[in-house]
Ligand binder design. Sequence first.
Ligand code: ADP
Ligand code: MG
Length: 697
Amino acid sequence: MESVADVFGSLVFDDRVMKATLSQGAYQSLKKTIDEGAPLDPAVANQVADAMKEWAIGKGATHFTHWFQPLTGITAEKHDGFICPSTDGRVLMEFGGKELIKGEPDASSFPSGGIRATFEARGYTAWDPTSYAFIKGKTLCIPTAFCSYGGEALDKKTPLLRSMAALNRQALRVLKLFGDRDVKCVRPMVGPEQEYFLVDKAMFEKREDLVCCGRTLFGARPPKGQERSDHYFGAIKPRVAAYMAELNEELWKVGVLAKTEHNEVAPAQHELAPIYSVANVAADHNQLTMEIMQKVAIKHGLMCLLHEKPFAGVNGSGKHNNWSLSTDTGVNLLSPGETPYQNARFLLFLCAVIQAVDDYQDLLRLSVATASSDLRLGANEAPPAVLSIFLGDELSAILKAIEKDEPYHGGPKKILKLGVDTLPDFARDNTDRNRTSPFAFTGNKFEFRMVGSSDSISCANIMLNTAVAESLRQYADRLEGVSDFEGALHTLIQEVIKGHKRILFDGNGYDEGWLKEAERRGLCNYPTTPDCMPHLTDPKNVELLMRHEVYNKVELQSRCEIMLDNYCKTVAIEANTMLDMAHKQILPAVSEYVGKLCATGLAKKSFGPAVPARYEKEAVAILSSAEDKMVEASEALSKALVNAQIAPDVHAESRLIRDEVLPLMNELREAADLAECWVDGKEWPFPFYCDLLFGVR
Ligand code: ADP
Ligand code: MG
């Protein structure tokens, strides 16, 4: 490998390349668009397009694509060649500003939740110049937003960009109150830690459930799981290490700052963390990371599982969304400062997050809701489905002292007066030891831990950005124009702490008792997707998202439909896969083995009573009863599926799926898993948990 410095960004049309290939005027004009959102002059767009094309062709590209994120949850691309016929019968390579800025894919098959009728199927894609273009294979990929012809967002990037703009507007208002006039822009910074599993590709292919659903739908518990946590941070096996090395290199090439990697708690589970970046870039990079993870795995004879719960009984995977707010002058607004004044600013931004999480628990919860996340949240490996914030002892004590105007005992033992006193030092280390909290303050950022491993991080950040923008809006409305700023600030912070302390919880989030306590505190508990998703269109949430121009009403209604529809389809595919595996693989294997046992049993019987046949008898009885249960459950499951499909709307369908289909899937699985324990291993039609979890060396 060349040096990391040479490899990094070698396939990215980044600042370095722009500087080198654009005229100074064009470069500066593009920079202004990137940094300040200024509209781009068409002449400059032509120049940028030309430079991009020449650069990409020099790197071997033949095609370009507008790369976008429709509501399928993955990325989409339609490749167009650069070629264009020339008058002399040869071809030219063409790509202009118009093609760079806007595309018009006929995209009638992407989910739109009824926004678009097929007769007006055209949508359009619009360039996001703040996320650099890059090359994938032979294609120049241009990150874009995707909208309907009427301008409604049909993707995850558009609302994310809108939420960032809202947050910027309100944060700038608040910063002005503190006299920060140099700041031109405030942006959310995000570092998503990505968990994943690696399994052997040959074994993966033998399992229809993994192939069709990305998770196992059958499988008895292996003798050894994760009990001893001996995989966590363990030495990385050579095959995995080779994979990680190539993965890093591929990620670096496209400019992803892959930084940390280690083994996770479950066997075969690993984690990759990048260095944080601006939220929309982090979202693009995370999508790209997931794609490259899967691609590189195949080259190593492996499959990368991104599913939130690939194996029952062992930890599933999440994505910790580390989030902070940064100014263009390089200040992290969630970092406690050195001066009294910086501290007051820190506390106000801290309060903004606390209030946001409390006021919009439901939106944060539903922003991470999927059929696969439902299997993980609250399963003793991930936070429960209830939102709460962990601040750590030190910071909690400081807030309490401020709330009550009491002396703070940890540090200076005096009453803290905002704007006059500095905060006592609270060690960063003290703030990050609660792994059970869904939303933890970790020194200078918050870590939202409910996001699923396969999910886009966009939705979570859209809601977080918008909810925080709303707190800041209220604070700015209240503080602008007051004569005694420090006094008003002090009262405001006290009020926020008083009004929202119910969301603060430093205890064990996995504890049963916490759920009861959370209920007493009036916190929302929505264990499943059908419980939480309908709240997207609650009046208070519609008002928030419309006020900040993140979504309009039509977009919200359509998103709710799409998410519920995704839920129903995901589970229905799983149920159908189970039926297929039960009927075509498991039942025939069990029946055949029972036949062999019966033959042996009968043969033994012919020797007379001196020859016992206990094993054969017992196994035939257990297996026959399991077969019966499987048949019974599969019949009921087929009926439940039909019943769900004829529900009057997707809300009713999702509830039927949850209440009738999922329990029957569990019944079918239970019977099959019992049978697995009694059948000759050689006769079982697909690899066992043990092979999958410990098969990669
Ligand atoms: P850990 O959570 O494992 O202790 P770190 O806290 O160092 O590790 O970082 C985890 C992730 O948080 C990384 O992706 C890192 O880039 C990101 N991160 C660190 N600081 C910030 C910040 N100020 N804003 C957003 N993300 C951050
Ligand atoms: Mg972390």
